[in-house]
Design a protein around this ligand. Structure first.
Ligand SMILES: CC(C)(COP(=O)(O)OP(=O)(O)OC[C@H]1O[C@@H](n2cnc3c(N)ncnc32)[C@H](O)[C@@H]1OP(=O)(O)O)[C@@H](O)C(=O)NCCC(=O)NCCS
Length: 352
């Protein structure tokens, strides 16, 4: 099918909103607000690497999300393009629209192209178009209220009993792990922060020097991503409250399917001790708010150790935890995604 592929413009937003409505995708209004924020307020917006739309006879029938971003390889900036969102009108599916959008999205460019996807159809499409899977990020998870999770997954009358058993096992596991839990002798005090400032830039610069791959986390990116976002409210915790910043964590609570999910959307820390201080502060918040379980995706090894010491455990990676790169512009030493510490729009389902 002959579709015109071109960059998205603001005047297409309503068409994209309608596309969401046609496909029955959740909350078109949310999508509209997210699109405005992702493109128009993004401090790294670059029109050369913008969203693409497919147009047939003046009608928008599909789009492909892309955005310019900066990652740091041991402190050296590399301009990249992230892509991770696509949608085609059901009436036009199976006619090569997504394939044409993808082809245009990787047209020769100096920049490495990275992507994260969770849709099986798109995964088979990108694999056939020269994208290579680098591997999966680490995901850590903690169960707070096993009974409620069991109950939400089962309508059987047994669920109450199963839930009690699950909770008893969870308590037993906690008492055993608390015996082994390392004591935090020099815990830093963590406090809530309203806005990132120069201290975040300094922390980012220090950590980036030591980290194989780190997505940009300067104050303007962090404020855009977590503070000025119009459709979500995050709590930002930092430690210590004064002097050089040693760690921050960004979290929120999502209500889904009758459960309360704690999301640590981002965390950056100088070392394990600093990481433990901000994770413990998230943990307190989650406990006070009756969270059922909590997750965090993609992290530095020191942060993972801190999570483990606070009874988080590795979770089975989801498809969205896999990082893909287009083979035309490989990145140095990028074949080990455990070395990646990524957060863009991906860490909390922002691009879809
Ligand atoms: C996934 C989607 C974008 C594909 O769009 P499309 O225009 O129909 O795809 P194309 O016709 O270009 O097909 C390209 C490739 O996608 C894959 N694909 C498309 N439809 C498929 C299907 N029904 N089953 C399996 N693979 C499929 C195939 O690899 C196909 O290659 P082929 O044509 O050589 O078989 C579209 O189905 C869609 O919008 N799905 C729902 C939205 C969604 O979940 N988006 C992802 C959120 S990030």
């Amino acid at each position: 099918m002959n579709a015109t592929i071109r960059p998205l413009s603001q005047s297409d937003y309503q068409a994209i909103r309608s596309l969401y409505e046609v496909t029955g995708a959740p909350s078109p209004e949310h999508r509209l607000s997210a699109l405005h924020w992702l493109r128009d307020r993004n401090p790294r917006f670059d029109p050369d690497f913008d969203y693409l739309v497919a147009e047939v006879e003046g009608r928008i029938v599909g789009y492909w999300g892309r955005m310019a971003a900066r990652v740091y390889h041991f402190g050296n900036p590399i301009e990249v393009v992230f892509t991770q969102e696509a949608l085609v009108d059901p009436a036009f599916r199976g006619r090569g629209i997504a394939r044409s959008l993808q082809a245009k999205s990787v047209e020769p460019s100096e920049r490495p192209m990275l992507s994260l996807w969770h849709n099986q159809k798109i995964l088979s499409l990108i694999q056939s178009e020269g994208w290579l899977k680098l591997g999966s990020f680490r995901t850590m998870k903690k169960i707070y209220r096993a009974d409620r999770i069991v109950a939400s997954r089962s309508s059987l009358p047994l669920s109450g009993i199963m839930g009690s058993v699950a909770n008893a096992l969870l308590r037993l596991g906690r008492s055993l792990s608390s015996v082994r839990r390392p004591t935090t002798t020099n815990a830093l005090k963590a406090v809530e922060l309203s806005r990132f400032d120069r201290r975040a830039d300094d922390l980012f610069t220090r950590v980036a020097q030591e980290t194989p791959y780190l997505c940009e986390r300067t104050q303007d990116i962090l404020n855009w991503r977590f503070v000025d976002i119009p459709h979500k409210r995050y709590t930002v915790l930092e430690a210590p409250p004064n002097g050089p910043l040693e760690a921050y964590a960004v979290c929120r609570i999502q209500h889904a399917d009758g459960l309360r999910k704690g999301i640590i959307a981002d965390i950056l820390a100088e070392d394990e001790n600093a990481a433990r201080s901000v994770i413990a502060a998230c943990d307190d918040l989650f406990t006070r708010q009756g969270v059922d379980f909590a997750v965090c995706h993609g992290m530095q090894p020191a942060v993972e150790r801190a999570f483990r010491s606070l009874r988080y455990r590795p979770a089975r990676p989801l498809p969205i935890d896999s990082l893909w790169v287009h083979s035309s512009q490989p990145l140095p030493d990028a074949d080990h995604p455990g070395a990646w510490h990524v957060t863009l729009a991906d860490s909390d389902g922002e691009m879809w």
